[in-house]
Design a protein around this ligand. Sequence first.
Ligand code: NAD
Length: 242
Amino acid sequence: MIRVGVVGATGRMGAEVCRAVDDGSDLSLVAAISRSRAGERLEDVLGLPGCPVVASDRLDALVEASADVAVDFTGAEHAPQHIAWCIQQGIHVVVGTTGFPLDEAWGRQDAVGVLVAPNFAIGAVLMMRFAGEAAASMPDAEIIELHHAQKRDAPSGTALLTARAIAEARGVDGGDVPIHSIRLPGLVAHQEVLFGAQGQTLSIRHDTTDRSAFMPGVLLAIRNVGRRPGLTVGLDPLLEGA
Ligand code: NAD
């Protein structure tokens, strides 16, 4: 049984993760960190029947609950500190929060697994992989990423990772792949990668229509992060090994 604590447990993504972990027969939801609903039972806040976890606003609750893995869906200004704290405490950490730079120090230790992925939707991971493949033969590309109006970072972490995959396939720096960001109500998370060549275009598009799309990837990460000491970026390495 993997003991899981969720940081940002009552946010849009954190709440989905709590539900998915609570449903997993090999996973146990043991801690929930929430600044806005501290002291309340998850049974009441998220409607998880029989869940005994009470939300806390202290990361120490992860240690007190002997969490094996922490999952972070908070904000770019907090996630890096949470990762450093988890490494210090020996708690593996899966991070979905986007919009912060990676710290090489996370990969310079081999005691704790740190998995940072800007997109846990399997289709989005494939979209990034296919975009890399296409760029080897069609190097001229632009990225259009579209998200709900509350998303705070732009360009999205998915777009930046896609630009990196395209750049690697071309053998140059990623900075020159144009990224267009759209933020509108009614959207969830969408991305189109457009390739152009003489007399033809190729579009690779992924649409997330519901946040449940991210959960199989988050669960895959929770189940594998303990076997991957150091830093893993993106879900792709786990899919290759799956
Ligand atoms: P949200 O605003 O609904 O939820 C964030 C929650 O974190 C809020 O409840 C907030 O109070 C809480 N929080 C912030 N700082 C905290 C702290 N220090 N301690 C405890 N709780 C804290 O946002 P969201 O839509 O759930 O998105 C969260 C993050 O996940 C964003 O960075 C977003 O871009 C990213 N995201 C990633 C994926 C992915 O697949 N990797 C998918 C969707 C969203």
